[in-house]
Every structure is written in structure tokens, then in C-alpha cells.
Design a protein around this ligand. Structure first.
Ligand code: ADP
Ligand code: MG
Length: 392
């Protein structure tokens, strides 16, 4: 069923609850890459221009139901206000009151990190419903635009959407359009490049993707579980031993389907998780006291060459710890390869987008930059995403 979008709704005088994805990196109160805040502006500006008052709900990180000051959305409210060029009222808690004239003057407010409420992410539907109903007093219409969270069955994403008349915002609309085209009939060869840190999440996803792609390129923390599955020693690298069986199944299925899976031949390691100089080793020579923090240069060259003939590429997850200057080259090589491809390239994920910007690439060098990592992967798997189902 198609999504109803905000262009199809008369918004004048409405009090809108807008679920956005403002999950940006914040360190000591300072915002790093603000891409997700910027990506949420078109919908917000449209709602305000159409005469609606807006209360924005969003999350930051994983506070697990606790009020963690370092995960406050206060700095985000500040940046949002700068970008919008108008006052953004900050609501410190779910039971905070809006000023009496808020709706009438078309105000805009941002609620504190919704994940400070344990009910937001609760496994108990009744708890999520209860929180959703407390949130629903902030408006009479719901707009779902937090694409990065639509794969989560959370109170502000799923239950709240169902309590109110609703529509999808522009970001969700455009994300879905791009991913739909990848799921339809992508031009082949179709390659998926996976890296990053959330090992078990991503390995689970591959089981489905292996049925759709021609080439799978593996980097990031997850590559060590693949190496371990081949009996290699990975030292202190990220490893999820309980995923080894899944990895073996993936490799067997890939062989059966004729899908090429690329694993590194060399990696860059360091004795600890720090921005040290590191050393390049063959994948057979990772020391017991070393951890792999990037793919090596030979691997990067092999990956880049394999990707050069792809016509469609989806990339999620940096190849290494790009935050450390000594472990950026793998990610840089993949980014460069994507900019040279004659075809459709999609980069998904908060850190992946932040990485390419940090390395000096321009958004325009890629076909599309998706704000959602997990969400876009689950969409590509063909799963029903709760936050989209609720908007239909
Ligand atoms: P995205 O946000 O794009 O979906 P993830 O959140 O899954 O990506 O992963 C990003 C993180 O993965 C980065 O912070 C990066 O430092 C980390 N990472 C990449 N390679 C490794 C590695 N070998 N060991 C530990 N962390 C890694
Ligand atoms: Mg991330």
C-alpha cells in the first residue's frame, strides 16, 4: 500500500507530532556531522510553512531508559534552531506543558531524547501503548519522518503513529523511493558492501541479501567473524563466535548461488583500540595481542577493482575505524571506488555518511545518501518495517 504523504494533507492549523531522526554524533555537547538534522529540515519547514505547529520527537544513542545528560537532545535543539532560523522550544520531559498559545502561533518544539523513557523501546506492547498515549496529547496529527528508526517497533515510531491520523514526511518518502528501486530490478552486477561495528545485526541481514546480490564485499568489525569461521586467529579483534555457524551457512549459500564474497587478504592492526600507527599484516598473521582496525591496502585495491564493474552498489558500514586517522584508508578506497562507478550508488548509515564527509567527499559524488543504516538494510531484505507499516 502506498504511503500517504504530507503533500496530500491540509496542514493549516494542525498540531503535528513529527517523529524525526536526529541521531547525530554528539561529543561533550558538540555536534559532529549534522547530516541527519539537515535531512529532516524539508519536512519541518514544509509543516511550518503550511501553518502547522510542530512538536518533534527524536532519540539520541542508546540510553536504555535512563536520563543520561551526555545523550540529551538539548544541543540538537540549539542546532535545529540555528538551521531553521527561529526559536525551538525544548521540552525537557514527556509531561512538560506547551505554552497556551503554541498551536495558534505555529510554534516548534523538540522533546528531550525519547529513549530516556524505558517504555519507548520496551518489549511490552502495553508499556509502549501507554507511552504513546501520553505523547499523543502533543498533537492531533502524526508525521513519520525518522527513517533511521522505522525498523524499530518503538512507541514513538509504531504505536503513536497508529493513535493519530498520519502521513509520511519527505525524508521517509525519498528513502523508500530509492530503496524500492534497488529492490525492484537493480542494474547488474549488483554489489553490497558491508562493514561497521554492529556485527550480529549485519550478519543476520546478509542471509537475506545473499539471495539478491551478485557481489558481497565484507569489511569492518564483522570481517573477523568471517575470518574466524575459516579457522583463522583474529587476536583481540571484534568477534562474535555465536555467529560463526551463520557465517558458514552464508558462505555455502553464496557458493551455491554463484555469489562472489570478498574477504580481505590483509588487515591493519594495533595493540589496542587507539589511534596508533598500526601495522599491516596478512590475515594469517594477526597476533594474539592485536586487533584489526581496518582492511589492508591490498584488500582495498582488490575491493575497488571488483566494484569498478558493478552497476548498482549499496554500501553500509565503514571498512575500519575511520575516526582514527591511521585506520581510514580502507573506507577511503571504497568511497573513491563508488565515486568512479558508472551506475547507481547508495550509501546508508549514520556513521557511513559521517565517514565519507569526514574524509572530504561530497554528497553529490554519490547517487544517494541514506540516513538509515539498519533501516535501509532491513528494507533491502524485504522485511516489513514497523514504522512504515504504521503509516500505511
Ligand atoms: P552505520 O552507522 O553506517 O550503520 P555502524 O554503526 O554499524 O555503521 O558502524 C560504524 C562504526 O564501526 C564506526 O564507528 C567504526 O569505528 C566502527 N568499526 C569499523 N571497523 C571496525 C573494526 N574493525 N573494529 C571496531 N570497530 C570498527
Ligand atoms: Mg552507526
Amino acid at each position: 500500500m502506498p504511503l500517504l504523504t504530507i503533500d496530500q494533507i491540509d496542514l493549516k492549523g494542525k498540531s503535528v507530532i513529527l517523529r524525526s531522526d536526529l541521531n547525530v554524533p554528539v561529543k561533550e555537547g558538540r555536534i559532529g556531522d549534522d547530516g541527519r538534522i539537515r535531512a529532516s529540515l524539508p519536512t519541518l519547514e514544509k509543516l511550518l510553512a503550511a501553518g502547522a505547529a510542530v512538536v518533534v520527537i527524536a532519540h539520541l544513542g542508546r540510553p536504555k531508559g535512563e536520563r543520561k545528560p551526555e545523550l540529551s537532545l538539548q544541543p540538537v535543539a540549539h542546532r535545529l534552531s540555528e538551521l531553521l532560523g527561529r526559536e525551538v522550544l525544548f521540552l525537557p520531559e514527556v509531561d512538560a506543558e506547551l505554552p497556551a498559545d503554541f498551536a495558534q502561533r505555529g510554534g516548534v518544539a523538540l522533546l528531550e531524547n525519547i529513549r530516556f523513557e524505558s517504555a519507548e523501546t520496551s518489549k511490552e506492547e502495553s508499556e509502549r501503548k501507554e507511552l504513546a498515549s501520553r505523547l499523543s496529547r502533543f498533537g492531533d496529527f502524526y508525521v513519520g519522518d525518522g527513517f533511521g528508526a522505522v525498523h524499530r517497533k518503538h512507541a514513538s515510531v509504531f504505536e503513536l503513529a497508529q493513535l493519530l491520523p498520519h502521513a509520511a514526511g519527505y525524508l521517509v518518502e525519498s528513502e523508500v523511493k530509492v530503496l524500492e528501486s534497488l529492490n525492484g530490478s537493480p542494474e547488474r552486477p549488483y554489489a553490497v558492501v558491508l562493514g561497521g561495528a554492529k556485527v550480529s545485526d549485519k550478519i543476520a541481514v546478509i542471509t537475506n541479501l545473499i539471495e539478491k546480490v551478485d557481489l558481497l564485499v565484507i569489511g569492518g568489525g564483522m570481517l573477523f567473524t568471517f575470518l574466524a569461521a575459516q579457522g583463522k586467529a583474529v587476536g583481540k579483534s571484534l568477534l562474535e563466535s555465536d555467529q560463526i555457524e551463520t557465517v558458514n551457512e552464508i558462505m555455502a549459500r553464496a557458493a551455491q548461488r554463484g555469489v562472489k564474497v570478498l574477504l580481505p587478504v590483509d588487515v591493519k592492526v594495533a595493540p589496542e583500540f587507539k589511534d596508533l600507527e598500526g601495522r599491516i599484516v596478512s590475515i594469517d598473521a594477526i597476533g594474539e595481542d592485536e586487533m584489526g582496525l581496518d582492511i589492508g591496502p591490498q584488500s582495498a585495491a582488490i575491493y575497488a577493482k571488483a566494484l569498478s564493474s558493478a552497476r548498482t552498489v549499496f554500501w553500509n558500514g565503514p571498512m575500519g575505524v575511520f575516526e582514527f586517522s591511521n585506520f581510514q584508508e580502507g573506507t577511503r578506497a571504497i568511497a573513491t571506488a563508488l565515486t568512479e562507478i558508472d551506475g547507481m550508488t547508495v550509501v546508508g548509515g549514520g556513521d557511513s555518511a559521517a565517514a565519507i564527509r569526514a574524509l572530504g567527499f561530497k554528497d553529490e559524488q554519490f547517487g544517494y545518501i541514506s540516513t538509515g543504516g539498519g533501516a535501509s538494510l532491513e528494507y533491502l531484505e524485504g522485511k516489513d518495517l514497523p514504522g512504515l507499516v504504521a503509516l500505511q
